[in-house]
Design a protein around this ligand. Structure first.
Ligand code: 4AD
Ligand code: MG
Length: 477
């Protein structure tokens, strides 16, 4: 007997004697036909039971969700819908699944219901397809950077700095919550805490990545990041994964080139390597679209949408140009935007980003040279004194998918900036050191991994592209 995965069996070119396969029952019909899946592919293999020679007791246990060990012969199928099937010689029930209790029945479940059963939802076709694509996308990301001379850098998860300066951090502490030690001013004395200072979960590995880029040249992080922003949207998670390349000697133009090339590579990779899963998700979306009014329907099918990104240049537009477009746009004039665009310097909201991408340019957009006061302290100041070398990549249906910049490499300018923002210079002593010793132009960006998985799979809610989502009021599992 030889062990096979379902994927291997479905690809077999000839009859295989004495095969052995383990998996879970998807459906069982007419007391004869099992649709078996083991996670290796979205497709099931049909296993045909010789029910006359199978005991009633065993037949009763072949239910949706049960795990089974099947021995038999792989033959050409006479039925429709599959080219091969297994003629079962022996079936062993490994783990029963009581159909009265098992939540994942072979029918359509709501996404909300599946989120409440996040430990079992991976057994549905939709989630297994999404999570296989998520896995392949991760591999493609590593492959892209490895092919291009980058080193994988592991940023710390616990940190003392607030990289984005937004103050949306989860604190890490072992102090007694009910009775914390206090200093002479009555404030919590973090000197007595585990790390001897106030620490939190990282919001970004960028600052540490900059330290490594200034010696290894090209590095990238790929790890979890945490934000305690109370945003209950379909694009925000409290725990999400971010990819952050950081490159010495790259200016903003090179940074934009890198982001575009990188995104095209990884999307093309899944187009080539996730055909079955993408086909399934595409069909799922088309079915969903049918219930929508005509004008809301997407013009492109899922794979066409991915291909469109791969094949077309991203439009590069300065904040100031984008501001003018938005200011003079129909929805702005008709007061259709929730946040009106009147004064140069306003932060752009996702409604504005999506207008630019979906209505105006109709392609991915890279916005650059943002007003300094709406961006983080570390971005390089332009000669105009009011804009910084920031860049955001905006995607259809998603809005901001990448945020990045050329970093301020001039010690005096950076110090000024830090002072103006009221940040204590001492806290960033090591970051300033990078500008004292062999400073150089450098740039990087952060890609929100889940937003990319959302785009790649067409899932509407970010909670459905990460295995166990963490959002406000929700950390079950
Ligand atoms: O624009 P952000 O805040 O940029 C940074 O953190 C920089 N330090 C990156 C760098 O230059 N190295 O975040 C980067 C991306 C966003 O564009 C978005 O895709 C994603 O991270 N992101 C989130 N994804 C899910 N949930 C959230 N709460 C997110 N916040 C940001
Ligand atoms: Mg951003």
């Amino acid at each position: 007997m030889q062990n096979y995965s379902v994927a291997e069996l479905l690809q077999a070119k000839h009859i295989l004697q004495e095969i052995d396969v383990k998996g879970w029952v998807k459906t069982f019909r007419s007391k004869r036909f099992i649709a078996l899946n083991d996670g290796s592919t979205i497709k099931n293999i049909q296993c045909v039971i010789d029910f006359e020679n199978t005991s009633e007791e065993v037949l009763k246990k072949i239910t949706t969700g049960a795990s089974v060990h099947i021995k038999g012969v792989l033959i050409e199928s006479k039925g429709q819908g599959q080219s091969v099937e297994i003629q079962v010689s022996e079936i062993i029930i490994l783990g029963e699944s009581n159909p009265d209790d098992y939540p994942i029945q072979p029918k359509k479940h709501s996404m909300e219901f599946l989120r409440e059963n996040a430990h079992l939802r991976i057994r549905t076709n939709t989630f297994s397809a999404v999570m296989r694509i998520r896995s392949v996308l991760s591999f493609a990301i590593h492959q892209y950077f490895m092919n291009n001379g980058f080193y994988y850098f592991h940023a710390p998860i616990v940190t003392g700095s607030d990289a984005e300066g937004a103050g949306e951090m989860f604190s890490v502490s072992t102090l007694d919550k009910k009775n914390p030690p206090l200093d002479e001013n009555g404030n919590i004395d973090f000197k007595e805490d585990f790390f001897g200072k106030e620490t939190n979960l990282t919001v970004s590995g960028q600052l540490e990545a900059e330290s490594y880029a200034m010696a290894l040249g090209k590095v990238y992080t790929f790890g979890p990041t945490f934000r305690a922003e109370n945003s209950n949207t379909s694009r925000h998670l409290a725990e999400f994964w971010m990819i952050e390349p950081e490159v010495a000697f790259n200016d903003l133009d090179a940074n934009m080139d890198l982001s575009e090339d990188f995104i095209k590579y990884i999307l093309n990779y899944i187009l080539e390597h996730c055909k079955d899963d993408l086909e399934f998700l595409e069909k799922r979306l088309l079915d969903e679209e049918k219930s929508k009014p005509m004008i809301e329907r997407s013009e492109l099918a899922l794979r066409e949408k991915l291909k469109f990104i791969v094949d077309n240049n991203f439009k590069r537009v300065s904040y100031t140009e984008a501001f003018e477009i938005l200011k003079n746009s129909k929805p702005n004039k008709k007061k259709k935007f929730k946040y009106p665009v009147n004064e140069w310097g306003v932060d752009l909201q996702s409604e504005h980003e999506r207008y630019l991408v979906e209505k105006h340019f109709k392609c991915p957009v890279i916005l650059f040279d943002y007003p300094a006061n709406i961006k983080a302290f570390y971005m390089r100041l332009n000669d105009d004194g009011k804009t910084v070398r920031a860049m955001d990549v905006l995607f259809p249906g998603i809005g901001e998918i990448v945020g990045g910049s050329q970093r301020e490499e001039r010690l005096d300018v950076l110090k000024e900036k830090i002072k103006a923002l009221g940040i204590d210079e001492k806290e960033l002593w090591w970051y300033l050191d990078l500008r004292k010793f062999g400073t150089a132009v450098h740039s990087g960006f952060g890609l929100g991994f889940e937003r990319m998985v959302q785009f790649a799979t067409g899932m509407t809610n970010i909670r459905d592209v990460i295995p166990f989502p963490r959002t406000p009021q929700n950390a079950e599992f």
